[in-house]
Design a binder for this molecule. Structure first.
Ligand SMILES: O=C(O)CCC(=O)C(=O)O
Ligand SMILES: [Fe+2]
Length: 262
């Protein structure tokens, strides 16, 4: 989505005047179906969920655990999140260099982004609640959604880990919610070419359809994120620059313990 002013107005009218269609996927009464779907063998799970349009998981890698989540958002919900980010104001994203607890600008991360508010509106709330159900965590364990925009040819995020490194990072990094347990990258718009999420240690260059997500576990199972042996070093990953078209994602980092204050 190239957010020219005229298109933004059009999007505003089309997306915001119409509330997102009532979606059975997120309705509380569908929780049982959602859970049942996750606890079935993958083949059945996929078929059942496809029929019902419920979100479902496909495992991509066993160790570290990497999944694709299908049917997480509708196209309208994707556009709504991009618009919320645009209204909030996109600015250059920052990084926290290893060994510090301070955000700084860096040539290793050149994309733009905007932080949405926690449980900001119905679409954001449903997404945060669904991710909580999928991962058996609470929405309060999540950092706010960060919407990221990568323009054609130029913007990327070089290889990095999402976890705080117990061997290098200061104790303050772990004070609010412990370590980053899970990363979810919801694709709102995929580049026509390039722009993959690249896991060099796993030999994977992944992308997803708008409304689907990639999810990976930054920590081993039944492990404490302050233990240097607990982190999944093979989750090192990069956002490659789009070669054609542009890319929009919404990233959610889920912590081991409640992260949100209050
Ligand atoms: O945009 C992507 O594909 C990955 C983003 C990412 O790794 C991050 O923001 O930590
Ligand atoms: Fe990352």
């Amino acid at each position: 989505m190239v957010l020219l002013k005229s298109q933004t107005n059009k999007l505003t009218q089309e997306t915001l005047s119409k509330p997102a269609p009532p979606s059975t996927r997120f309705h509380p009464s569908s929780d049982d179906a959602l859970h049942a779907s996750f606890h079935q063998p993958p083949s059945l799970r996929g078929l059942e969920s496809l029929k019902s349009n419920l979100p479902y998981l496909e495992q991509i890698n066993a160790s570290p655990r990497v999944f694709r989540i299908r049917n997480l958002l509708t196209k309208q919900e994707c556009e709504h999140l991009m618009l919320l980010a645009f209204r909030k104001g996109l600015s250059k994203t920052m990084i926290m260099p290893y060994g510090t607890h301070k955000l700084v600008e860096s040539t290793t991360r050149t994309n733009d982004g905007a932080w949405l508010d926690f449980l900001q509106d119905d679409v954001v709330r449903r997404l945060e609640e669904t991710l909580g159900k999928l991962t058996k965590t609470t929405p309060q364990q999540g950092e706010n959604l960060q919407v990221l925009h990568y323009s054609n040819g130029a913007q990327f995020f070089q290889e990095h880990y999402d976890y705080f490194d117990p061997a290098r990072d200061p104790p303050e990094s772990f004070e609010q919610g412990g370590n980053r347990y899970i990363t979810v990258i919801v694709y709102l718009e995929a580049a026509l070419e390039g722009g993959e999420t690249h896991f060099p240690e796993l030999g994977l260059k992944l992308t997803a359809q708008p409304g689907d997500a990639l999810m990976f576990y930054n920590l081993k199972e039944h492990c404490s994120g302050t233990d240097p042996d607990c982190v999944e070093k093979k989750t090192i990953h990069a956002a490659l620059p789009p070669v054609r078209g542009e890319k929009w994602v919404a990233v959610k980092w889920i912590h081991e313990k409640p992260y949100q204050k209050g």
